[in-house]
Design a binder for this molecule. Structure first.
Ligand SMILES: Cc1ncc(COP(=O)(O)O)c(C=O)c1O
Length: 423
């Protein structure tokens, strides 16, 4: 994919701000050649592309991903160009839809722009047909942005919720745990592609096959996966996929995407509608939904932020998406190796190569998660994420493109010092 050139040409054609071409700032972000036997200069150059304070080590992309300087500059440029002519820039969304679809392995008419993954999950939970007594299944580790939309349906429509505990050890274990819960009343299964508390990469393709065979809607909450690992919606086999731009993609805040399979879109009733969802000649009348997933959008959008997301995706392409995933995993492996040597530390995240991700959660009986989290950030400048879910009492570390081996070594040292000080 050449996302860069496509957007460049498209913007030329649109001629926003008086016909000026919108330049891709990433084109000016020079990265040294990647050398497998000496990757440090490459990752250090990426780190320099962010405005994160020099002595602050940010290890929480799973919470909120920082935007690089290039993304911020591009977003601001689009904003300035649109402001100069007081335009919404809505036309730009159609080009962005093509680029985002390419990045996620979807078709452009399967892309809906939303504010965050929570909104995307809510469109599916609130939109598919569910009657009192119908059942939905999702994992007990689901983030509130994934679980609450279904709990709302339990309140509003009398849906019954069943939970499975994600298995960090085995692929078939996860499939079996879901299968055990399926009944004739099961209408939807949702899983986090990568679970938020401990970073388990769930086998979505296998779960999709199971759901397809039983005619169950399968929704993937991919808030933690897009930008961490390459995504191919077509190959995943699910009916719908939600994600946030503002985590691993490195897009501006309040950028989310919902993907809905073209042939399944009519089965989702819009939760909110307005201009851009449907056409209508005259009131009163019947809503004539636009073909494609844009029907789930409504009203004025923050177009500069969506364009910032496109730029962030372009930068990921420039870095290399497999390389990004590999870098995160290698930092996690280094961290695991370092902290497993520390007495009392327990790593909760999977060791299994097909279930592991760029996040690792650990705990120690010597120190509660709040104290471990605050010691790391206050005494060592290491910003991780506390994990309170399901009594896990852990701290989560996210490893992304701007994180370095040095960050991980500093973290290992800090955990060791903290454990020793509390022994
Ligand atoms: C699995 C999962 N789903 C949903 C969310 C909510 O994301 P957003 O804030 O983009 O709605 C998160 C956030 O951490 C998450 O990890």
């Amino acid at each position: 994919m050449n996302i860069n050139r496509k957007t460049f040409l498209r913007n030329l054609g649109l001629g926003i701000a008086g016909g000026g071409a919108t330049r891709a700032f990433a084109q000016n972000w020079e990265l040294p050649q990647y050398l497998a036997n000496n990757p440090k200069p490459f990752w250090s150059a990426i780190r320099r592309g962010y405005d994160i304070e020099a002595d602050f080590r940010y290890l929480n992309s799973g919470g909120l991903g920082p935007s690089s300087r290039a993304v911020k500059a591009y977003t601001t440029q689009i904003e300035n160009e649109l402001e100069a002519r007081v335009e919404t820039g809505h036309d730009l969304l159609e080009g962005a839809r093509v680029d985002v679809a390419d990045f996620l392995g979807a078709a452009a008419n399967e892309v809906t722009f939303v504010r965050n993954a929570t909104e995307a999950n809510g469109i599916i939970a609130g939109g598919i047909e569910l009657n009192p007594g119908d059942e939905v299944i999702f994992e007990s580790h689901a983030h509130p942005g994934g679980s609450f939309p279904w709990l709302l349906q339990a309140e509003k429509r009398g849906v019954k919720v069943h939970l499975f505990e994600p298995d960090p050890e085995s692929i078939s274990g996860n499939i079996g745990r879901i299968e055990e819960l399926v009944t004739a009343r099961t209408k939807a299964v949702q899983v986090s592609h990568i679970t938020a508390p401990t970073g388990i990469l769930l086998p979505v393709r296998d779960i999709a096959s199971l759901c397809r065979a039983k005619g169950i809607w399968f929704h993937v909450d991919g808030a933690q996966s897009a930008g961490m690992i390459p995504i191919n919606f077509a190959e995943m086999g699910c009916d719908s996929y939600a994600t946030s731009g503002h985590k691993w993609v490195g897009a501006p805040r309040e950028t989310g995407v919902l993907l809905v399979k073209r042939k399944r879109q009519d089965a989702v009733k819009s939760v909110m509608v307005g201009a851009y969802s449907a056409g209508l000649e005259e009131l009163p009348g019947k809503l004539d939904y636009y073909p494609g997933a844009m029907r789930f959008e409504y009203g004025t959008r923050d177009v500069p932020r969506v364009m910032g997301m496109v730029e962030a995706m372009r930068i990921q392409e420039m870095i290399g998406r497999e390389r990004i995933a590999g870098h995160g995993r290698s930092l996690v492996a280094r961290l695991r190796q370092g902290i497993e040597k520390i007495p009392s530390i327990e790593v909760l995240s999977p060791r299994h190569p097909q279930l592991s991700s760029s996040m690792l959660s650990f705990r120690t009986p010597q120190l509660g998660y709040r104290d471990m989290f605050s010691t790391l950030v206050n005494d060592f400048g290491l910003r991780c994420r506390p994990v309170s879910e399901q009594g896990l009492d852990a701290v989560r570390v996210s490893c992304h493109v701007f994180n370095t081996v040095d960050d991980i070594d500093h973290l290992i040292h800090a955990i060791k010092m903290t454990v020793e000080a509390n022994a």
